[in-house]
Ligand binder design. Sequence first.
Ligand SMILES: N[C@@H](CCC(=O)N[C@@H](CS)C(=O)NCC(=O)O)C(=O)O
Length: 216
Amino acid sequence: MTITITAFERSPDKGMGLARDTRVRWALEEVGQPYDVRLVSFAALKKPAHLKLHPFGKIPTYEEDELVLFETGSIVLHIAERHAGLLPADANARARAITWMFAALNTVEPPILEFANAKLLESDKPWSKERLPLVTDRMRGPLTQLSARLGDAEWLDGTFSAGDLMMVHVLQRLKPSGLLNEFPSLAAYVARGEARPAYKRAFAAQLAINTKPPVR
Ligand SMILES: N[C@@H](CCC(=O)N[C@@H](CS)C(=O)NCC(=O)O)C(=O)O
């Protein structure tokens, strides 16, 4: 079985690990599956060859022999279902871990992305000063609730799972703003995720690409 994923040739975050290929790399590292990476330029993302793999022209994609997947939720779930290490054996615990994956992607990530976009892409707009507090408050709600649910636990539901992997990666996007520090238990949770050897390998692999001098 050969696994190939796609990643940015040059990530806008310069290798901070926020690009979503990091989630997929992390999942593959957790389950011990080797993989190849095909680097894609921004221009190539929207060209027919890439659109055949990803209808929305984004990274990452996942190819495993004949199978082609896009959407990190689907890719990480596929990896977790086929290899031991990311989902518990007990059926109910497994369903709960998958629920946390969906919670990360459907409930927590959207307001974080809205906040990040408001800061990064809209700060020059005349309405930005008024909008940013609204967007920030919309994000604080789910973060407060997530922090309350996590409490002092190490992971969201017992042992580390694909649900934690997804949640930690989603929360990492808050780090540059400093906002994660408003929620010390979430900041510690993210730090625990980042301390995992599999995460460190995934992070180092994407950093190496993003710090390589450009080919002239
Ligand atoms: N929901 C998708 C989002 C994928 C996504 O937005 N990828 C970004 C990189 S992290 C991208 O390719 N952006 C470039 C673009 O949209 O042109 C997933 O989870 O896979």
